[in-house]
Design a protein around this ligand. Structure first.
Ligand SMILES: [Zn+2]
Length: 210
């Protein structure tokens, strides 16, 4: 996926033993991360202030008054399965070049989450799939993102990776390159999948990643 997690970094890594604190990620941090410096309508340098009818800081244009609302982005992807194997893609783009990921990327305007997940799977792996249902909903508050992964059944193993992917291949559970996964949401989705698989019950998992 192009540019995943490019938008922001937490001021410090989230520690596993620390309660999740969404409030730590202030509006100011998000604006700095998203680099809104000029009005998208007239190009004037923006001010960072709380509009009269609002309750948090926004990038506001002092010339034309445009308020720039920045909201979380959706990343959509799939967990494609072939028998006892899952499909991973080796990234040919930054960030995390050379690391392994599930096919996923930013949702585009004009598509549903399912359509986006299928599109990314086609673009990154050239894989033909049948979606099997939403599997993980993962908040990445520090990056201003929500990641949604669908389970999917591969229809064949004739992959045709696109330019964003070095290699697309199948892995059994004991072959998963856990130390070389690109993103924590990918690791979390895979971890849950291999825990659920023996039970045959998958459901939907929601978690806060950091
Ligand atoms: Zn303006």
């Amino acid at each position: 996926m192009r540019g995943l997690l490019q938008c922001a970094r937490a001021p410090e890594p989230m520690r596993q033993d620390r309660p999740f604190e969404p409030g730590r990620y202030t509006a100011r941090l998000m604006f700095a991360a998203r680099r809104i410096q000029h009005c998208q309508a007239c190009g004037t340098p923006v001010d960072l202030r709380i509009p009269l009818d609002d309750n948090r800081e926004r990038a506001v244009c002092p010339a034309c008054g445009l308020v720039h609302y920045v909201n979380p982005l959706n990343v959509v992807g799939t967990l494609p399965v072939w028998g006892d194997q899952v499909l991973l893609c080796k990234r040919n783009i930054e960030p995390r070049w050379g690391k392994w990921t599930l096919p996923a990327g930013f949702m585009e305007l004009g598509e549903t989450t399912e359509q986006g997940a299928c599109r990314e799977t086609d673009e990154e792996a050239g894989a033909r799939i049948e979606l099997q249902g939403l599997y993980t909903v993962l908040n990445v508050v520090s990056a201003g993102q929500v990641h949604l992964y669908y389970r999917a059944r591969l229809l064949d193993v004739n992959f045709a990776p696109g330019p964003e992917t070095i290699e697309a291949r199948l892995f059994r559970e004991d072959e998963i390159p856990w130390e070389d996964l690109a993103f924590r949401t990918v690791a979390e989705t895979l971890r849950r999948y291999f825990m659920d698989r023996p039970t045959g019950r998958f459901g939907v998992h929601c978690a806060d990643i950091g």
